[in-house]
Design a protein around this ligand. Structure first.
Ligand code: DC
Length: 221
């Protein structure tokens, strides 16, 4: 059986940075399920579908053929054969993904892809429902969180470093709105699995979080 690590938590908790580093130092592949939801959201945007129209999104999302590949160790998401990595990390796509990922047909569309990847590969997979729905039998489940203030500050610093002039209050409000949507939806809401280890990174640096989760991997391997 493949060795599976599930990392769930709210937007901006550092899941992808941490998961990538742990994947590298423990020889696992990193599966970013948020990127898959973002790719579907990009498709919904490109097709001009109204995200509030659940029936329309349910029908249209089936046309988004999502596959992933690893190129030089980096996960590349293909949407109908096109490498869309460069389009996935915008606020517009993130906000759309938060809405469309609440729609059952969108989740069903991606669930098998995620389960199959984990069945075939030793992997660390991050998202919102990995420990609760996608990989209920994962050998290790981590719920990684941090206060919304700290998460907004990290995002603010990241955008400032890119030369942008972000609005801190807007970033924080977006994060809180996304937390609310992700944790209050009817299907697969963001919540800590009963057997997940809670890691609150508000007062930890990246190295400390990586060390903690790597240590947990060693205990469960
Ligand atoms: O982690 P992220 O910001 O890239 O995720 C984008 C959106 O997709 C986010 O609003 C929540 C949703 N998502 C989800 O519902 N389930 C997952 N397993 C991963 C992400």
């Amino acid at each position: 059986m493949a060795f599976n690590v599930a990392i769930d938590g709210p937007a901006g908790a550092g899941k992808s940075t941490i998961a990538k580093a742990v994947a590298k130092n423990r020889g696992l592949i990193y599966v970013d399920t948020g990127a898959m939801y973002r790719a579907v959201a990009l498709y919904i945007l490109r097709t001009g579908t109204n995200p509030e129209d659940t029936d329309a999104v349910s029908k249209v999302c089936v046309g988004a053929d999502i596959t992933i590949a690893y190129e030089e160790g980096i996960q590349v998401v293909y949407l109908n054969g096109e490498n869309v990595n460069a389009f996935l990390r915008t606020e517009e796509v993130g906000n759309m993904a938060s809405k469309t990922s609440a729609i059952p047909a969108v989740r069903a569309h991606l669930l098998n892809l995620q389960k199959n990847l984990a069945a075939l590969n030793d992997c660390i997979m991050d998202g919102r429902d990995i420990g609760t729905v996608v990989l209920p039998d994962a050998q290790l489940k981590v719920f990684l969180t941090a206060s919304s203030e700290v998460r907004a500050k990290r995002r603010f610093d990241e955008l400032t470093a890119k030369g942008e002039q972000p609005d801190f209050d807007k970033i924080k409000a977006d994060i809180e709105q996304r937390d609310y949507q992700d944790s209050h939806r009817a299907i697969a809401p963001l919540k800590q699995a009963s057997d997940a280890v809670l890691v609150d990174s508000s007062d930890m640096n990246i190295e400390q979080v990586i060390a903690r989760i790597s240590e947990l991997c060693d205990e469960r391997a």
